[in-house]
Ligand binder design. Structure first.
Ligand code: DX5
Ligand code: ZN
Length: 242
């Protein structure tokens, strides 16, 4: 059965998820309040271990600190070598969704199963160079697939369109699976990702490097709507030809 938080994540879609990688860690409380006021309905947390990726961010204390400041669902992206070692502490700290990288684990089915047992939402992620086939049977055990549109590790990288093909393929094969994209998402790329069937759009630079979170999220939401409008125009044109 889906937890209330997982249901809230589903209900938020299509949604922009601010990635708390480029935020002001000296003022987490203020950052969360501003993001929430700007319309964020889910927060994305990038956990990096300096081993699976060549960057080091934060762990349970920050998740726990955020949990005290917000009721928004916390979508935790584990860019770490041993996701199972930290899964339970992450859940205890307040994570609502745990996403592991398929490249990090030997047996994705076993990892997905053990994460499921913790009673949180489970996601499976892959980097741009990793083929979709590497998900194997684990894809049918998860609530969400995270398609990276940059190599995991750093904010501010350029969008890799290979992610769009993967999204289209996943959307076709798994109509009900939550699809998330992460990396290089801005006003233009968000619209492409939405058209490819994506539900959740993780955004770092295009929010945190802007003056106003409110304006940035509004612009991104407009980008999502652009895809919907183009889709309905295409639908109308198809009807014209029938
Ligand atoms: C990259 C992280 C992303 C990143 C996105 O490894 O998982 O969440 O913060 O940042 P932008 O939007 O700047 O690419
Ligand atoms: Zn991320």
């Amino acid at each position: 059965m889906a937890t209330a938080a997982l249901q809230a994540i589903r209900d938020s879609a299509p949604a922009v998820l601010p990635s708390l990688l480029l935020c002001d860690f000296g003022d987490l409380k203020g950052e969360v309040a501003e993001l929430s006021a700007a319309g964020a309905r889910v927060l994305h947390l990038d956990v990096m271990d300096g081993n699976f990726v060549p960057n080091l961010t934060y762990g349970m204390p920050i998740v726990e600190g955020l949990r005290r400041h917000t009721d928004l669902p916390l979508d935790v992206h584990l860019m770490i070598t041993d996701p199972l070692a930290y899964a339970k502490p992450m859940v205890d700290a307040g994570a609502d969704m745990l996403t592991f990288h398929v490249e990090a684990v030997r047996d994705p089915v076993e990892t997905a199963g053990k994460l499921r047992d913790l009673g949180v939402g489970v996601g499976i992620a892959l980097n741009p160079e990793t083929p979709l086939a590497s998900f194997g049977d684990a894809i049918s055990m998860v609530d969400m697939a995270l398609v990276m549109s940059v190599e995991a590790g750093f904010g501010g990288q350029a969008f890799n369109p290979i992610a769009l093909e993967k999204l289209r393929s996943l959307r076709q094969d798994y109509p009900d699976l939550l699809l998330e994209i992460d990396g290089g998402i801005g006003v233009d790329t968000i619209s492409l990702a939405r058209a490819a069937g994506c539900d959740l759009f993780v955004v770092g630079s295009a929010i945190f490097r802007q003056d106003s979170y409110l304006a940035a999220i509004a612009d991104l939401n407009a980008g999502i709507q652009t895809a919907a409008r183009n889709e309905s125009v295409r639908g109308l044109k198809r009807e014209d030809h029938s």
